[in-house]
Write a protein that binds this ligand. Structure first.
Ligand SMILES: Cc1ncc(COP(=O)(O)O)c(C=O)c1O
Length: 406
């Protein structure tokens, strides 16, 4: 008995020592990720770890996460629909507020139908996992968000990854494929690079090779296109082959996601997307709040004009010699620093000045391209952005000098 207990303990210890060693190694490589404790609403000025910061960390691109109209909408809806969905969608969890939001979103993005998921992650794994199977093939940009890849793995379809935005490499893969069904998957706006995928070229390839085009518009919805309808509107693209996913926890300021496409696709997903079928939906009050958010997005041209002015201000006021701002015209402005330690040092330096910008390191981005992911929001002022630009310019000068004197 005692020996058995001892064996069990030593088994536990050897299991844990593997975990511990990996954590120690991550720290040594400058790759350990740490959470901050937020004590304020998500906004441009936040309180994190008991300190006040000017923040360039959130994806709240329109500054809606703390909007009084949305707070009021959530309070009212919680009063009349409660705080929990209580059952999965196909039992009794699908509330009229969910239904109204689905209809509103479909109409807004000008697609026949839409389906809500509780997160973007759940949407991507659910949709790709349902539509694609063992005899099919998925073609994905190498810089796609992790959850698009997870969806592909779950589907068991052949999974081909092509170099970032490389239409020629993609066509070669499509030409060689003998798969029964094909799907091209891409971020519309790349989350860590801020650039936009060549979606018109992808759509032409989908027509030529009879494939679906699945686009993840997490960072375009609300920000790009007519009235913030997203990347498809921005590029003027429409086709029954397109299935779009957008998250509702970024520019929409709340949480969740939706998938939009042809009615038959949505009907199929209601039956077959496991992360939809076997999961409790987000509370109905969230959907009521999001319906109000869609209205703010639709009427939010002034927010988008201000956001674009901030993007231009940042670009015009950074005077970089060694570091490089990627060519992005969206709210995601990545500053490539190179090594993990340098990116971390810069992020910590800015933090000491009261400015938060996250350092993004591998595996989220390719090795040697560690970066600061600056995300701008309509809630920032021009002065906020000038403060950031000046701090980065000074930091580059100081860090270059300190390397030269070592
Ligand atoms: C491109 C992209 N897709 C999907 C997701 C996941 O969305 P959610 O945060 O709603 O799970 C994210 C979130 O970071 C993202 O950037």
């Amino acid at each position: 008995m005692l020996t058995a207990l001892k064996d069990e303990l030593s088994l536990e210890l050897s299991l844990f020592s593997g975990l511990r060693n990996e954590l120690i190694q991550r720290k040594a490589d400058g790759l350990l990720r740490q959470r901050r404790l937020l004590d304020s609403p998500q906004a441009e000025h936040i309180v994190a770890n008991d300190k006040h910061f000017l923040s360039f960390c959130s994806n709240d691109y329109l500054g809606l996460a703390n909007h009084p109209k949305l707070i009021a909408a959530m309070q009212k809806a919680a009063g009349d629909s409660g705080v929990g969905s209580g059952a999965s969608n196909l039992i009794t969890g699908h509330h009229r507020y969910h239904d109204a939001l689905e209809k509103k979103l479909a109409q807004f993005v000008e697609m026949p139908a839409a389906l809500l998921f509780s997160t973007g992650y759940m949407a991507n794994i659910g949709v790709i996992g349902a539509l694609m199977g063992r005899h099919d093939a998925i073609f994905a940009d190498k810089l796609n968000h992790a959850c698009l890849n997870e969806g592909a793995y779950l589907s068991r379809a052949a999974f081909h990854r092509f170099p970032h935005n490389d239409v020629v490499a993609l066509e070669k893969l499509l030409k060689e494929s003998t798969a029964k069904h094909k799907l091209i998957a891409a971020d519309a706006v790349f989350s860590m690079d801020g650039d936009i995928a060549p979606l018109a070229e992808y759509l032409a390839l989908c027509e030529k090779y009879d494939a679906y085009l699945y686009i993840d518009d997490a960072h375009g919805f609300g920000v790009l296109g007519k009235n913030g309808k997203g990347s498809l509107s921005h590029l003027n693209l429409k086709s029954p082959r397109i299935i779009m996913m957008a998250t509702l926890g970024k520019a929409a300021g709340v949480a969740g996601a939706f998938v939009a496409g042809e009615q038959v696709v949505i009907d199929y997903l209601i039956q077959k997307a496991n992360s939809y079928v076997y999961s409790t939906p987000a509370p109905p009050a969230l959907s009521a709040t999001l319906s109000a958010s869609v209205e703010l997005i639709e009427d939010g041209d002034d927010l988008r004009v201000h956001l674009n002015a901030l993007i231009a201000t940042l670009k015009a006021n950074l005077s970089l010699k060694n570091w490089q701002l990627l060519p992005s015209y969206t709210a995601v402005q990545p500053l490539i620093v190179g090594s993990n330690h340098a990116a971390l040092a810069l992020s910590e330096h800015l933090q000491a000045l009261g400015i938060l910008v996250p350092a993004i390191r591998p595996p989220t981005v390719p090795v040697n391209t560690a970066r600061l992911r600056i995300s701008l929001s309509a809630a920032h002022s021009v002065d906020d952005v000038l403060r950031l630009a000046n701090a980065i310019n000074d930091a580059e000068q100081a860090m270059t000098e300190s390397i030269q004197t070592v």
